[in-house]
Design a protein around this ligand. Sequence first.
Ligand code: SAM
Length: 279
Amino acid sequence: MLHIVATPIGNLGDISRRAIEVLAGADIVAAEDTRRCRALLTHLGLSRTVLAYHDHSDEHRERELIAELQRGRSVALVADAGTPLVSDPGFRLVRAARIAGIEVVCVPGPCAAIAALSIAGLPSDRFVFEGFLPAREAARRARLELLVDETRTLIFYESPRRVCGLLEDLRAVFGGERTAVVARELTKLHETVLSGSIDALLERVLADAEQQLGEIVVLVHGAAASLDAATVNSEKLLRVLLARLPLSEAVDCAVEISGLARNGLYRQALSLRDAGAAD
Ligand code: SAM
């Protein structure tokens, strides 16, 4: 069995009882940074075989771990911190394990993106995790341009060295008025969470060198929906579209035009069709 084990993002007290049990029972613990992994295991009073695993550099190690799993040995994959596979190695190993018919089991726990979202005070019903943007400015801005109309809350990971650069790019592309949050050193001694307009955050972070240190998640409020949902007459919209298009295309167009939820529009379209609205 391959276990994917989440570990703390700062506060070691956040390790789950089940994570400890699984690590204690694993024949092999796979980790990107074996030194950090051993430090965690030592903290937990455990001594296990630790092997280095990176997604891209080491196909040989991937085959070795799959072979061990096929031999019936148990492997636990951990990240340096947080949930493996979330901006961390593991995807290729999990995919290979699934292809080989090996059971893959999660041991859920801390994740910086979700921790930040849970305290940011930004809409959390729908969100987009963008991970790290490209390091080069032109590529970063190009990526942000693609997100300018995104209405869901955006979540980015960023290195402290580039946090001012990211805020500058956000201001250039999204405008300085948009609300954002800089969540820093979560669960650690110097945790801070700053919230405000991108303009205000940039000013604050530039003025305080401490805000340019540590581990950082940046969240941005989504763009305002192009139409205010309350002003959309969805019945009229659907009647016009159903008169010209098959039902599912009409619903797709209505979703795109109005920004309203597909489920509701689909149900409404079905009842309009059944009532003969498209005739
Ligand atoms: N797999 C991890 C997870 O589940 O969150 C993320 C790993 S990624 C390589 C590391 C990035 O996560 C950092 O650069 C930072 O953006 C974010 N991060 C990790 N720990 C954090 C913390 N305690 N506070 C704020 N951000 C954190």
